[in-house]
Design a binder for this molecule. Sequence first.
Ligand code: CP
Ligand code: NVA
Length: 308
Amino acid sequence: MHTKHDFLSLSDLTAAELSDLLELAVRLKQEWRSGGNQPILKNKTLGMVFTKPSLRTRVSFEMGMHHLGGKAIYIAPDEIQLGKRESVADVARVLSRYVDGIMARVFAHADVVTLAKYSRVPVINGLSDYTHPCQGLADLLTIMEHKGGVRGRTIVYVGDANNVANSLVFGGMLLGAHVRIGAPEGYQLQPDVAKRGAEFAAQSGGSLVQVADPHAAVEGADVVYTDVWTSMGQEAEAAQRAKIFPPYQVNAALMALAKKDAIVMHCLPAHRGHEITDAVADSMQSALWDQAENRMHAQKAILARLLA
Ligand code: CP
Ligand code: NVA
């Protein structure tokens, strides 16, 4: 009986473990491109618990399991009603008697931690209010492909320093990137994320800087990353946020301050005309669709390491 491994946050990984996952993702992507993958998850089933909507996470995990010879079960928000119809711990206890792995998209990060605590099988965080580590892994893969690596690259995140930003910070810092956050006061990184990020940077040779001025943030960037101003679960704040964030829109004028060959990234779904303009999202600099595809390849590496 081996120890159960979960995938809850990139900050739980060492740089070596993160690099291993990325190398495996590259290999699985190559195999898939040249005609298919080995059925290493034959007879394995992933239970996918959603408490929020999803396109990418749902379909990329389902296809990933399919490629590896296994299957996935989609469990819609209304079905389990995590923590309402029955406790999070009881859901973990029961579900883990049926399936070989659990992927969960939750509101409170504590719920995915509780699932992992009471589950007999590995638990993967498919987005919580704190982190989006599957997205972070796919983002690092995308940066590697477009920029030839992560170490030493200047990665700028503009907008709300949310769950997606947190994963980008953890991953970027573990691998020695220079990450800048351009976010208004009150919407910058939580102190614990900034502290963890700085600790990783001290080990890897990376750096982490936060500024309120989006123009100063983007100057000389290799990668410009943005996400929605209002995340799922924050809808009550949408009107307030819509007043604060317009100066942080990633548009052609802002991109002109980055390096000429900079790429633009967004985890999607995008609110076009808000945090990103059509001109930028559909430009030659856009890595958005590669990034979305890479969710599948990155997650297959996670599944292979945790479930095989
Ligand atoms: N980026 C992302 O997680 O997309 P979905 O919400 O569609 O899964
Ligand atoms: N920050 C966004 C990401 C969606 C994939 C949210 O949490 O809603």
